[in-house]
Design a protein around this ligand. Structure first.
Ligand code: HEC
Ligand code: HEC
Length: 359
């Protein structure tokens, strides 16, 4: 009997040590592969024909290279962004729904605007919005200048009137001086308002993250779980099909099925803009930078737990350009690793000084 017990414990310890050494080299191997520069990382799992870019370090907005010469214009735009006098109630500013302390979102499922009106969509962060070729979840604005008109005029957001706005701003002496230093001319008109706001927005980028430190050379900064998560993100979980490049977005529109069971009425997304059958339910791929800070998630804010998002993708992973979906067969541990990785591309919002509003 004693012999048998010894034997059993021997077998047990051998099998335990086998499974340990069996795991260790796998992670060590991954670490080795990922200590090379990103262009030497293992090939990602992407569907044939998908144009993808490797993940990478946080890029600067090109505008930041000229921020000295644009200083006054940026300052004006920032002031307008935070000024509730742009709304008819004088209570709602752009920053009501895009708060710097909440990574430039409002933390709500769907935004609340003029007189408590509930919008049908979730407020996205404006960080890195310089990068998008089209703005809004359905891509209906072609650039940030064009975009700025929409919330000001929207009945459910600021309920203002861009045509009336210059007259109201001219009554505020401080604004005449601010426009004068920004444009070398005191004139105030809708285009100048939009230009200033858009220019300010192009300076808003997300903070550097643990992942950026990793890419820039601190190869030991990621834990094993985070490293496995990075690898899963790029391979088995197939996230790279759409969330690729340094900003984790392909700048495209896809149907992930979130419009079908949303709490808002079914939102047709890109179809509303293009009127093409194939665009039904397609929404812009959002950047995943700071994703752990920007929930609730999706165009309608229907996802309030990150786990639920991963479980959804695990059951029905979308394929770019197709309506078919497939299962990913990720284990619970793999799903947890994936979430650990999402934490490494998220950082707390840095301190932000709100502008003093002119009188
Ligand atoms: C009442 C809340 C609210 C206010 C006020 C508001 N926004 Fe938004 N913002 C949203 C929502 C909701 C969306 C998404 C709407 C959509 O996609 O249809 C959005 C989208 C955006 C986007 C697009 C981001 C992207 O990734 O496509 C930008 C940029 C933006 N807002 C800037 C502004 C500016 C500038 C102002 C002020 C002039 C403003 N917002 C005022 C809620 C608001
Ligand atoms: C076929 C393209 C595609 C694939 C593959 C994909 N996504 Fe997405 N992702 C999107 C689109 C499009 C949205 C916005 C959908 C919506 O709002 O209805 C989105 C939204 C998200 C959001 C919410 C972001 C926010 O700000 O609201 C998260 C988190 C996310 N994806 C993570 C992942 C992860 C993790 C994977 C891999 C398991 C993945 N995605 C795979 C296209 C994709």
């Amino acid at each position: 009997m004693r012999k048998l017990l010894v034997l059993i414990s021997l077998v047990f310890s051998v099998s335990v040590s086998v499974s340990f050494t069996g795991n260790r080299p796998a992670t060590a191997d991954l670490r080795k592969q990922y200590s090379r520069p990103p262009d030497k990382w293992p090939a990602p799992f992407v569907a044939p024909g998908v144009k993808w870019k490797e993940l990478g370090e946080l890029p600067l907005s090109p505008l930041l290279l000229h921020s000295d010469s644009l200083k006054h214009l940026i300052e004006l735009g920032k002031t307008l962004f935070f000024d509730p006098r742009l709304s008819s109630s004088e209570k709602i500013s752009c920053a009501t729904c895009h708060q710097p302390e909440l990574s430039w979102t409002d933390g709500k499922e769907r935004s609340i605007g003029h007189a408590g009106a509930i919008n049908k969509r979730n407020s996205p962060t404006i960080q890195n919005s310089w990068f998008y070729q089209k703005l809004f979840w359905d891509g209906r604005a072609r650039d940030l200048e064009d975009q700025a008109f929409a919330p000001i005029n929207s009945e459910s957001e600021m309920h203002g009137d861009m045509r009336e706005l210059p007259r109201n701003l001219r009554k505020i002496k401080g604004y005449i001086a601010l426009f004068d230093s920004a444009f070398d001319d005191p004139g105030i008109d809708p285009d100048r308002i939009a230009t200033a706001i858009a220019t300010f927005e192009r300076t808003v980028i997300s903070p550097r993250t643990k992942f950026d430190e990793f890419v820039s050379g601190k190869r030991n900064i990621l834990t094993n779980a985070e490293l496995r998560g990075l690898h899963l993100f790029r391979t088995k979980a197939k996230c790279m099909n759409c969330h690729n490049g340094p900003l984790f977005t392909d700048n495209q529109f896809h149907n992930n099925g979130f419009h079908l069971n949303g709490n808002a009425e079914n939102d047709k997304g890109l179809y509303n803009v293009s009127h093409k059958e194939e665009d039904l339910g397609k929404f812009k791929t959002p950047s995943l930078r700071d994703v752990m800070k920007t929930g609730p998630w999706m165009h309608n804010g229907m996802m309030t737990h990150i786990n639920d998002i991963i479980v959804h993708y695990n059951k029905t992973s979308p394929r770019p350009g197709r309506t078919t979906t497939e299962m990913l067969y990720l284990s619970n541990k793999e799903m947890a690793d994936l979430i650990s990785f999402l934490h490494t591309i998220s950082a707390s919002p840095p301190a932000f000084k709100r502008p003093v509003l002119p009188e």
